[in-house]
Design a protein around this ligand. Structure first.
Ligand code: MG
Length: 356
């Protein structure tokens, strides 16, 4: 039975300003949740962003209403917990993700298994890319080489503000890093359908693995047009926030792949459902992230490791956060590696305080 819940907000600078087609950020706010049941506890966190229309204040306000709804509920009754969370308000998926992740941590810790194993996975690592925001061509190349030297074997380049510049930047990165590096591109809704189709056509010269959300999130028909025209797989991100959105994408052939983020799916419970549904429709998935610290990055990683249908990981935000209050993940030869410790295998400042 869930005995109590507490949360604490951490505000951390980014190592440098991160600019994408829809805005830029210098600071990340992460709200860490701790749930206690008997002698066990679990931690999770939420990172509010524009994508889910949440703020630090909205997450804190939501979380302060959670104890009344779920204290006394069985911690393994995830359906009931989510129903109770949904009864507080719809949306608020980053806040709900924090609670969901804490419960998955608690349950797998109690069974003394790393979460990926608890979820049925057998691998303990996956290649993660490192994302480069929208910068000048020179800075983009410089950063690509820096990340390559730091061990990254996959890079994700943000585009979507200036089509011609974007094409030159991606070309320059491919030339600089050579053929061995896996390149992904994310337009964050920045193009019109016509621009997107032209962009996809030019990208064929640069061996691009996937192109993410080239057009507006609400333009499903436009996205489908781009998917049909492009030889490079198209991935839906901003337009998939729920199981129902994923169903629409898979059913109607709107995109080739889906970017699952725990902050959009309200945690692991629905992420598993989205991925299964995608798998049934031959749609591969990637696990992405927002501006998250290691707690929920670990959760995304364990989820990614649990299913072979998750073929890509874009779990890099913690590398760019100054003084991450959480730790436990390892990085080696381009791979993000989960701890073999039970649960998420992360340490946080909330671990020691027992609020029973
Ligand atoms: Mg994206």
């Amino acid at each position: 039975m869930i005995d109590s819940i507490e949360f604490r907000t951490f505000v951390n600078k980014r190592t440098s300003t991160f600019r994408i087609a829809t805005g830029s950020s210098d600071v990340e706010e992460n709200i860490v949740v701790k749930i206690i049941s008997g002698d066990d506890f679990g931690v999770g966190n939420g990172n509010p962003t524009d994508v889910t229309k949440e703020t630090r204040q909205s997450v804190e306000a939501f979380l302060s209403k959670v104890p009344k709804k779920i204290v006394g509920t069985e911690e393994d009754d995830l359906v009931k917990v989510h129903q109770r969370l949904d009864s507080i308000a719809e949306g608020n998926t980053a806040a709900k993700a924090a609670v969901d992740i804490a419960l998955f941590d608690l349950l797998s810790k109690r069974d003394k298994k790393p979460l990926y194993e608890w979820l049925g996975g057998t691998r303990d690592r996956i290649i993660t890319d490192m994302t480069i925001g929208i910068e000048s061509k020179e800075t983009t190349v410089q950063k690509a080489l820096k990340h390559y030297k730091a061990g990254f074997r996959a890079l994700k380049i943000k585009v979507g503000l200036d089509l011609e510049e974007d094409i030159k930047r991606v070309g320059a990165v491919r030339e600089a890093v050579g053929p061995g590096v896996h390149l992904r591109v994310d337009a964050n809704q920045g193009y019109t359908v016509e621009q997107a189709i032209r962009f996809c056509e030019t990208m064929k010269a640069y061996d691009i693995a996937v192109i993410e959300q080239p057009v507006k999130a609400q333009d499903y028909a436009g996205l489908k047009k781009v998917t049909e025209a492009s030889d490079i797989p198209i991935m839906a991100d901003e337009c998939v926030k729920s199981v129902l959105d994923a169903r629409k994408i898979a059913r109607e052939g709107i995109a080739d792949m889906i970017n699952i983020k725990l902050m959009k799916s309200a945690g692991i419970h629905d992420a598993v459902m989205i991925n299964r549904l995608a798998e049934a429709a031959d749609v591969k998935t990637m696990v992405g992230c927002m501006g998250e610290i290691q707690v929920s990055i670990a959760a995304g990683l364990h989820f990614a490791l649990s299913s072979e249908n998750v073929v890509f990981a874009d779990l890099d935000s913690h590398f760019n956060i100054v003084d991450d209050p959480s730790s436990g993940l390892e990085f080696d030869d381009g791979h993000l590696i989960a701890s073999k410790a039970p649960g998420l295998g992360v340490r946080t400042p909330l671990d020691l305080c027992r609020c029973k």
